[in-house]
Design a protein around this ligand. Structure first.
Ligand code: MG
Length: 160
């Protein structure tokens, strides 16, 4: 089997008046993430990791925030498109490991729902997706709850 590794990282700013969507799931929060799409930072990092593993650049090249087609779009739709690019190249997910870096809110109550949403879009068994969450111990922009960051590692494979 040919295997390829990819990594993704993303940050979005927390603001009032926006919904907080993480991994396609609406999270109960007084603040939401700002962005051209739904600003789903976790899904963006996963998209970038898969695109990286495929050698296809990054999410901004494929779905530019200057393009009105992507205004307010669900990032799960972007992930579905990335998954289609992977399928066209005969690769499949071996596993992916996502880390959300946020001071608040706690996402442990949503973890299973997020993993299910992502695995449904990727059409993989849920046990191929691991989701971790950590804080920044009050330090920096994450610690001040000014934004949320996410990073993802992914391994994909193709029969040879
Ligand atoms: Mg983003």
């Amino acid at each position: 089997m040919a295997v390829r590794i990819g990594s993704g990282f993303d940050v979005h700013r927390l603001v009032e008046g926006r919904e907080l969507i993480l991994g396609g799931v609406k999270i109960d929060s007084p603040l939401g993430l700002l962005g051209h799409s739904d600003a789903d930072v976790l899904t963006h990092s996963l998209c970038d990791a898969i695109l990286g593993a495929l050698g296809l650049g990054d999410i901004g090249e494929h779905y530019p925030d200057s393009d009105p087609r992507f205004k307010g779009v669900s990032s799960l739709a972007l992930l579905a498109d990335v998954a289609e690019k992977m399928k066209q190249r005969h690769y499949e997910i071996i596993n992916c490991d996502l880390t959300l870096i946020a001071e608040t809110p706690k996402i442990s109550p949503y973890k299973e729902e997020i993993k299910k949403a992502l695995s449904d879009v990727l059409k993989v068994n849920i046990n191929k997706i691991n989701l971790k969450a950590t804080t920044c111990e009050g330090l920096g922009f994450v610690g001040r709850s000014e934004g949320i960051a996410a990073m993802t590692s992914v391994l994909i494979g193709r029969e040879e």
